[in-house]
Design a protein. Sequence first.
Length: 272
Amino acid sequence: MKNFKDRDFLLKQKDLILLDVRFDMSNPKRGMESYRKSHAKGAGYLDLDKDLAGPVKKHGGRHPLPDQDEFQEKLRALGVSNDSKVLIYDDGDNSTAGRLWWMLKYYGLEDVFVLHGGFSTLQEEDLTDRKESFPRGNITLKPDDSMTASYEEVLAYSKDDASDDKVVVDSRSAERYKGITEPIDIKKGHIRNAANICYRSHFNESNHIDLEALQKNFQEITGYDDVIFHCGSGVTACTNIMAFDEIGKKSRLYIGSFSDFVSYEENTVERE
């Protein structure tokens, strides 16, 4: 597969940069605690809240991009250079690995992959609890703004009639999309005109991507020239972008996502 690699890939590759991004939104400390307890040999750790996102402001969503210079320094400290080959893993649910995959692609890296099935696919001999040290990398981040969509674009889309060439896709669960439940954000429902394809729908019970499901899930949007994904805060939408790329389709990320959209009091949302 294009973006997903298995344990054999990990064992065969030389000079592979391993990055652990396990994270639990209900318990933000758990990811680092899990890393300290056990992680893949040679893997560095990046925290979703502290490393893959910047400070939360009134607008911009719950996980805005971090300061570019600070993120660049963190990557260098973990040994990442512009020509590095990077393999990322989370707990296997593909909830956070996609965010780092997207960020590294956005900043110019080419060889970026996610471990299929995540941490649970690793064997005891792959693991350690020792503190890692890394040779310093020399990456220089070069953002590609063609990979993002602005709040203004999404707002305009929500106010117009359905577009023939553009579609905005909500990556959250159907329950949150429909407004049945909302555990985090201040409004229930979805952005007007947005479609719904939950990022988890592409993966089976073993957290492996199902290529047949992938084709079926995306069949209604592959004909659009411009596909914009969002979620609650710009994290799991990246998994949808990665999955869409798996079938050869490009798309963009509304970084602020639903949490940014509803931070403007005048914006209304729809329920089903």
